[in-house]
Design a protein around this ligand. Sequence first.
Ligand code: NAP
Length: 274
Amino acid sequence: MMSDSIQTVTVLSKTTWTPTLFSFTVTRPDSFKFTAGQFVRLGVNPSQLKYYADLSAAEQESAVDEDIFRAYSIVSSPFDEVLEFFSIVIPDGAFTSQLQHLEVGDELLLNTMPFGFLTLARYQKPLPKDLWLLATGTGLAPFLSMLQDLKTWEDYDDIILAYSARTQDELAYVELIERLAEDFGSLVDNPAKFTFVPIVTRTQVEGMLNERLPKLLLDGTLQQHVGKALDPDSTHIMLCGNPDMVNDTKEALKSLGLTMNRRGEGNIAVENYW
Ligand code: NAP
């Protein structure tokens, strides 16, 4: 029997960024509420997806016929009518290797209990001036949700988004990011100043930084690029993505004098994306 908190949602669109990165939107149940930065559990039953019908009998025989759930951070804002997610395809991964075959009209399951503490609500007021959002790969998702929430633009004076991927084609959502300040900033009387810092680590791209985040922070390159110091008294800083990046960057920031956020106080909040 399906639990009350699990609802069926329908795939409305799919965007393929690279052979291993894609995004999709689904219908949003009316009753489903969340805070920007939170996660949900999404479920898929491979044998219920449309592509299953095109598999050979042997492939169908070996396909999983049960609901598989994974945590996904929501890309869309809490005020959007649809829910958007950003996913990587993990080779042989039970969930994403199925999810990559999604088609418009497919049905997924949504556990409507949102979770996770990478939200701006975790910080005690009064808020300091600067918000630094540091992401790698699909760890960008919660920051896109926050940046599509007007309150973020009202609450801070400066917002910096640094987003690291291996190559330029893996930097998804760049057009949306470039539009954010214009779209959301124009709706607020005194909007935050927004700086986007795309980073690629395995190729050289003119105008982009190309070292890992901890190194860029420790040698001051990122701060210099943005034109701001990381001041423990005026900075909130959030990390999301590769667990090694989160750990290494956290240590780098601590060595620069910033502190972990606990019970509302302190600078750094983190979330491992997997
Ligand atoms: P990734 O290896 O996480 O790389 C994305 C960016 O993070 C790159 O710029 C990379 O730099 C940087 N990075 C990696 N380790 C770092 C560290 N210790 N400090 C600072 N920066 C660091 O790439 P991805 O494509 O997002 O994910 C890679 C693999 O992770 C996937 O193939 C998949 O197996 C797994 N993954 C799993 C899940 C999951 O939900 N289970 C989700 C996402 C990814 P470099 O180029 O220098 O490495």
